[in-house]
Write a protein that binds this ligand. Sequence first.
Ligand code: ZN
Length: 246
Amino acid sequence: MIQERLLDTHCHIGAYQDPVAVLRAAEEAGVALVAVTEDPDEYRRLKMRLGRRDHVAVAIGLHPLHAATFAQNDMARFMRLLPDAEWIGEVGLDYSRAGAATAKTQQKVFDLVLAEAKRGQHTLTVHSRGAERDVIQKLAQAKVRAVLHWYSGPMYLVEEANRAGLYFSVNIAMTRSRKFPSLMGAVPRDRVLLETDGPYAKDRGNVAHPHQLTAVAVALGHAWGTELSDATETILANQRRFLSKD
Ligand SMILES: [Zn+2]
């Protein structure tokens, strides 16, 4: 019997001290993962370092907070490597204090990504801190398959994201936040996916790891008022639907 795996849709595997050990633990725990990168160089290096592995997809990224540092050749490299990638991330916009000054450059980079992303081939994991309205509008226009990673925007935009067919990936830090119940009240159950955002996301002070992904399913079960097995079934069905070719 083939056991279906929970999918960590957003993990900075290269940022852990021992990425291979983290992958091994995930593999043993029955977790598949998307290893996001922040620029095409990191994508190339990580692909080389990890080699071909089952249950791991390396995503090609252009992180919005680095947008100002991308030169022509970074963009050219992104375009050249894109046809080989199934996942694109981390990409998006960030208008928080960390990113406000480079908003215009970020928009140019993100527009380019969306123009190149192929429907039916690429899946995007998207950063939207402080820029949720623009991100949702741009994704809706581009009609690409995308998941909003660590959504922290206003609840009134969730409806717009739903209409655009977007999914939401939930990590353990989100489930511990006070806003979580209202977010889960707004996001339909059939639009929820999982992520760790490790090693940046923490669970009560401890760095989140993909092999602990079930903890997110447990928290979702609590929020939904269902058994863990039902929550897991829902998430697996969401993964299937999200990733099925359209
Ligand atoms: Zn991230």
